[in-house]
Design a protein around this ligand. Structure first.
Ligand SMILES: [Zn+2]
Ligand SMILES: [Zn+2]
Length: 369
């Protein structure tokens, strides 16, 4: 089969659950591509990477992104590990949803979560996870009696943000971290290598030599860019000082991200982290084209990228807004161990109009046991 034949064999749209990955194939899904505030068309940063060996990874889990994850119909327990690039809310804001949403949705194993340290412990991923979980004490302690107790467990793997090198090596997959240059120490970019294919994700960074050095030879490179300074002033109402600080110092201006993409020269370059609309995209595209002439996609949520040794194609997913969690692996959910339920105070119990008593079928109304 020629590369063109292979391309033609993909349906025009991606329908979740309808396409088996080939053993040598990687599929990347944009779960969140926008800016720190939520809007319906673009959640905060998140990328799903599915591999032909069955592994699935999520890089970042910004606010709203997990709504898009659910729409893909993937069992929550199928995610091998979650990775955070840094601790801005638009990259980790859905922690609670990843944790508890996946638990109520059927996950029957601990979460495996990876993220960078910081210059001080309080700026590190471990601290973030512990405090997030601690703040949800009421949530977790009330759920462990009704839901499989193992779902509350999180294995936190914090790695050194300042080092370049592998932070995960398993099942033929290597995920490496290298420093991102974004406001303060702590942020990283991530590179995934598997079976001769590679995916590099910037997280948030201003253009840097780190990225050029570590993204070399990658198949797919997702690099952040921001709306132009003019767009930020006109459409977001920022003064010029704020627009320049956010659009060119904190983040990568399109024409500067373009220089990085040119130096890296991937099979496909993807930009994200800006409001991608019919009346903003062209200006961003034109600025990137000043310096980068290779294959380019401007990401929006539910963009799908299939990668094999021969082809790279982009499509959009067709999803429902009314997805329920995938229940194909729920058989063991009912059998899994619970902890004793929390005991409500008598004065609350007494107020029940329909008091429940234990029976073979679980809790039932008195007289129906
Ligand atoms: Zn950030
Ligand atoms: Zn961000």
């Amino acid at each position: 089969m020629t590369a063109n034949d292979e391309k033609m064999s993909y349906p025009e749209h991606y329908y979740p659950g309808a396409e088996e990955l080939k053993p040598d194939e990687m599929r990347i899904t944009a779960l969140g591509t926008g800016r720190p505030f939520l809007r319906r068309s673009q959640a905060n940063a998140s990328w799903l990477i599915e591999l032909g060996n069955g592994d699935k990874f999520v890089f970042d889990f910004g606010f709203g992104s997990q709504m898009n994850f659910t729409a893909l119909g993937i069992p929550y327990g199928d995610i091998t590990a979650w990775f955070a690039t840094h601790l801005h809310t638009d990259h980790v804001g859905d922690f609670g949803q990843v944790w508890v949403g996946s638990w109520t949705g059927g996950r029957l194993k601990p979460l495996e979560m990876f993220g960078p340290s910081g210059p001080e412990p309080k700026y590190g991923f471990k601290h973030f996870c512990e405090k997030q979980m601690e703040s949800y004490a009421w949530d977790t302690d009330t759920r462990v009696g009704a839901l499989p107790a193992v779902g509350a467990e999180v294995n936190v793997h914090e790695f050194n943000y300042a080092e370049t090198g592998p932070v995960y090596e398993h099942n033929g997959v290597t995920i490496s971290s290298f420093p991102a240059v974004h406001q303060y120490g702590g942020p990283v970019s991530l590179r995934l290598d598997w079976n001769g294919l590679s995916f590099v994700y910037s997280g948030d960074t201003t253009p840097s030599q780190f990225f050029i050095d570590n993204a070399q030879d990658a198949d797919v490179v997702v690099h952040e860019t921001f709306n132009t300074v003019e767009q930020l002033m006109e459409r977001s109402g920022y003064d010029e000082r704020s627009a320049r600080a956010i659009g060119t110092f904190v983040h990568s201006a399109p024409e500067e991200a373009a220089v990085v993409l040119r130096e890296v020269n991937p099979r496909l370059a993807v930009v994200f982290h800006f409001l991608n609309d019919f009346d903003t995209a062209q200006e961003i595209y034109d600025k990137i084209r000043l310096h980068y002439k290779g294959p380019l996609s401007l990401a929006t949520d539910f963009m799908i990228i299939n990668v094999t040794p021969d082809i790279v194609i982009t499509r959009m997913a067709e999803v429902t807004d009314h997805a329920w969690p995938n229940k194909s692996k729920h058989e063991d959910f009912g059998k899994a161990e619970r902890k004793p339920m929390m005991k409500m105070a008598d004065w609350l119990l007494k107020a029940q109009l329909f008091p429940k008593v234990p029976s073979d079928r679980g809790l039932v109304n008195k007289g129906e046991e």
